[in-house]
Each structure stands twice: as C-alpha cells, then as structure tokens.
Design a protein around this ligand. Structure first.
Ligand code: 5AD
Ligand code: SF4
Length: 495
C-alpha cells in the first residue's frame, strides 16, 4: 500500500508510464520490493571475496543477485588495476552497461551503476568523466558505505581510506548465500602491502598492510564450515605477512592461524595466497610439515630469476634466497608443488637476465605459473625508469617463458597419472554424470561420479590428463602412496 505523500497511479497514457510508476513505487515502499544486483569481478581472489561481501551487505536492503546484467537494478563492476588491460576491459564493459542502462530507462526502470575495486581507487572521479554512465565510484576500503551511498540517490566518489574498519560493518553471509557459493570459500585475513615492488600499484590502491583480528577470522571460518564449506583459502595481498591480534593483544603469525583453523570441524583442506618469499617464516614451514589439511601447493611469486632485475624490482631477496626458502619448504613437505608469477620485460631486462628466469623455471620445476608482460603503471617507480623494453621483445620472451612453464606443467601432470588423490568434489562437470573437483595440488579433476558426492573428499585414481585438467575414476583399490610418487618426481623435474 502506498504511503501518504507517495506517487499517485497514472490513469492514462503510455503503458510504459505504468511500469515506471510501479518501479518508482517499489523504491519508496515500506514493504521493500526485491531489486536485482549484478556484480562482475575482475582480477584476483580478493575481488571475488569483496564481491560476495558486497552482495551480503546489500541483501538486507532487498537486493538479490542475478547472473543477467540486463535484468539488474544495480550493476557493480568490481575492478582490478594491476595490469593495463584490466582497466581497459572495465571501460569497454562500461560501454555495454551504458546501452543496458538506456534500454532500461526507456522501459521506465532506473539502473544504478557502480565501479568498485582498484580501478575505482586509482582513477576516482576520472571514471565518471570518462564514462558518465557511472553513478558511484567506490574504493576497496569503502564498500561498507554502499547502502548509504545508494540511499542518497546521487552521484558519489568514495575513495578515501576511512578510519573505521569496513569488516566491522559487513554482515556474516547467510547460510543460503554460502551454500549457493559452493563448498570452497575465500576468507580475507589481511589486506594491503608494504613491500612496494617497483612495478606494482597494490600498495597505492589497497594501502598499508592491515591484518584482521584472529577471533573474527575463526568466527567467519566456523560459519562457513557450518554452512557446508570444506575448503578455505586464506587470502591477502601479502598473506604471509599476517600479524593479526587476538583478544588478549597477542600477535599471531599465519602459521599459528593455519594451525588453529585446521582444528575447526568440517574444514578438510586449507590453502593461502598470495605469499611473499621474504615472509616465509619458521611457523609457516612447520605448518606445512604438521598439518595434513594444508594443501601441498604453494603460490610463491618470484617475478624474475635475475638478481639484477630482482633488485631493480625492489623484491628484497635474491634468486639464491628464494631457492633456499623452497629447499626448506620441501624439506618440511617433500611433495610440495610450487607455482609462481613472472614478469618479462621489466625495464632494463637483458637477454641474459631473461635466461636467468628460464633457468629458474627449470631449477624449481613449477607445477604451473602465471606470466605477464611488464606494463607501466602510473605512479609506480617502474613507469618512469629508462630502458623500457620494446613490446615485441616482451612478446617474444613471454612466448618462450610460457612454453617452458607449459612443459613443466605437462610433466608434473603426467607424473600424477596412476596416483590416488584426495579430491574435493566441487560441482557438476561439463559432461553428463561428471563431477569436477580439485586435487591437493590444485589441478582440476574430472570424474564420473554421483552428484551426492559434491562437498565430499573422495579418493580418485588419476587415469589421464588433458591441458590443465586431470581425469580420474573413483578409487576402489588400495591407495598407492601418491605423495611419495609426486615427491620422487621432483628429483627429475629440474632436468
Ligand atoms: N606489469 C605486469 N605484471 C604485473 N603484476 C603486477 N604488476 C604488474 C605490472 N605492472 C603481476 C605480478 C604479480 C601479479 C599479481 O601481477 O606478477 O605477482
Ligand atoms: Fe605488489 Fe605483491 Fe610486491 Fe606487494 S609484494 S608490492 S602486492 S607485487
């Protein structure tokens, strides 16, 4: 029923006016009507986590998530600024969003468009200037203010680093929302970075390192486990610099945090990402030795194999330091599979420097890795360095690096054939009757299996491999020592 002072229904005219009337009424009804929210995430896992938190925050305001942008009343693009193309993609998406917004307006429906995340933080009001379709620009530290900004119903740019902690304003996700998101979940334990690698925008867009208090993390993981989540990945821009406090003011390391989280009933597997080599401490290495729940796969970006380039990148470690850290980790957990990020064509990188990167790939024998051409990020020291490497040289080096990474990945996957792995079944696979899960080493595994195994950790014998995926069958034979087979294979991997 309409409140006093509310709009009166149009009695004649264009039918579109009726739609418009009811839509406007929906916005002011005390019996809040459902509105549709479409969130698109770009970039890293932190953004996926933030997108979920934004949806949780807006659920009590009557917003229900939709997978169809043309159906949405609120469109949020949660952006990434780490490399050039990421921002370009956002601007071209905004072109499509403008068309959607115009079509909706022609039907009397108002669509609000928000740009969140690191492009929002870095570009601020420039986004609205370049893309007038945008109503709200909101940085990663301010999205708890979304309901407030939406209620104001006017254009706004919110990119300050507020004094309050956004996590104090975010509601716990409902069990239904958690279930809908599946049996694996991310939990942010740390944000920001103090390392200031000379190529990277993160310290500027996400700010200084901040760790969440330990009890809040436990509560969140317990809630996830209660709702059926079996695998948790602790995330942070520099996650192993975690230094959160407990309620007694004691500071915890990531290793200590993992140890305690592993005790939470229902949590069958733990991962963490992304780590800096300098912050791998004894607690973390011991956690790899002691915790069967802790995945034997570690993403430990090195960026370059050349000491000269590592120094120019301000990575604060040498190639030998990195290899020593890996030796210590592998001594604690012999089957540990490593992945990395690499940048080719950092300013001043010579062919010799690049050869050092290729030889490091061979020395470590990564199970997989990401690799990127260096891109100049405004405001970072790298952007103004002389000796920028020509684009065609970067492309050619990237192709050679990716071929080397692929070779090692294929060799690693091939060695998995015949092993029995514990696979957490996550969802239906592409083919009928098939489920998809992940191996302990993070490889996707396709298995013919009944649907009621979703959410269960099952033993799978790996029978084959195609590109990035493994194929397997439910194991009904006695387990073979998969871990020791993979461990032995590292001896051969460096060849
Ligand atoms: N150019 C290319 N790659 C970059 N990365 C970060 N900044 C840049 C840049 N300016 C890569 C790094 C990092 C990953 C998340 O993105 O490899 O680890
Ligand atoms: Fe960026 Fe990672 Fe370096 Fe921090 S440690 S500045 S997030 S690359």
């Amino acid at each position: 029923m309409a409140e006093k002072g509310a709009k009166t229904a149009p009695i004649a005219g264009d039918p579109a006016n009726f739609t418009k009337f009811w839509n406007e009424l929906a916005g002011q009804s005390p019996y809040r009507m459902t509105r549709k929210l479409y969130v698109k995430s770009y970039g890293c896992q932190m953004n996926v986590y933030d997108s979920h938190r934004m949806a949780d925050l807006l659920a009590p305001e009557g917003y229900v998530e939709t997978a169809a942008p043309d159906d949405a009343d609120l469109i949020i693009l949660n952006t990434c600024h780490i490399r050039e193309k990421a921002a370009d993609k956002v601007y071209s998406e905004l072109g499509r969003v403008r068309q959607l917004k115009e079509d909706a307006a022609n039907n009397g429906r108002r669509v609000t468009v928000a740009v969140a995340g690191c492009v929002a933080q870095a570009e601020g009001a420039e986004i609205i200037r370049r893309a007038p379709v945008v109503d709200l620009v909101i940085g990663p530290q301010s999205y708890h203010r979304l309901p407030d900004l939406l209620a104001r119903n006017s254009r706004a740019v919110e990119t300050e680093f507020p004094v309050e902690d956004k996590f104090d304003f975010l509601p716990a996700p409902s069990k239904a929302a958690t279930r809908a998101r599946g049996v694996t979940a991310f939990v942010t334990v740390q944000e920001g970075c103090d390392k200031f690698c000379t190529f990277c925008v993160v310290p500027y867009t996400r700010g200084a390192e901040v760790s969440r208090p330990v009890e809040k993390i436990f509560d969140e993981v317990r809630n996830l486990a209660d709702a059926g989540v079996r695998e948790v990945t602790l995330i942070g821009q520099n996650v192993n610099a975690y230094h959160g406090e407990d309620r007694n003011g004691r500071t915890w390391t990531l290793g200590q945090l993992l140890r305690r989280i592993a005790e939470i009933p229902g949590i069958a597997r733990l991962r963490y990402s992304t780590s800096h080599p300098c912050d791998v401490d004894d607690d973390l290495i011991d956690a790899h030795r002691d915790l069967p729940q802790l995945s034997p796969q570690l993403h430990l970006p090195v960026q370059s194999g050349s000491d000269r380039i590592l120094d120019a990148m301000n990575r604060r470690h040498t190639r030998a330091d990195y290899l020593r850290t890996i030796d210590r980790l592998r001594a604690a957990r012999p089957d540990l599979a490593l992945t990395s990020d690499f940048i080719v064509g950092f300013p001043g990188e010579t062919e010799d420097d690049f050869s050092d990167t290729l030889s490091l790939v061979n020395d470590v024998g990564y199970s997989d890795s990401f690799s990127f051409k260096y891109s100049q990020r405004p405001g970072t020291p790298g952007a103004t360095m002389t000796e920028q490497v020509p684009e065609e040289v970067k492309s050619e080096r990237l192709a050679r690096l990716q071929a080397a990474i692929k070779r090692h990945q294929a060799a690693f996957n091939a060695r998995c054939v015949g092993c029995d792995f514990d696979v957490l079944m996550e969802k239906r696979g592409r083919d009928a009757g098939q489920l998809t899960g992940r191996s302990p080493y993070l490889q996707p595994v396709q298995v013919m299996a009944p649907q009621d195994l979703i959410g269960r950790m099952v033993s799978v014998t790996i029978t084959g491999t195609i590109a990035n995926s493994l194929f397997g069958v439910l194991a009904d034979t006695p387990r073979i020592a998969a871990e020791s087979r993979v461990a032995q294979s590292f001896a051969a991997v460096g060849a």
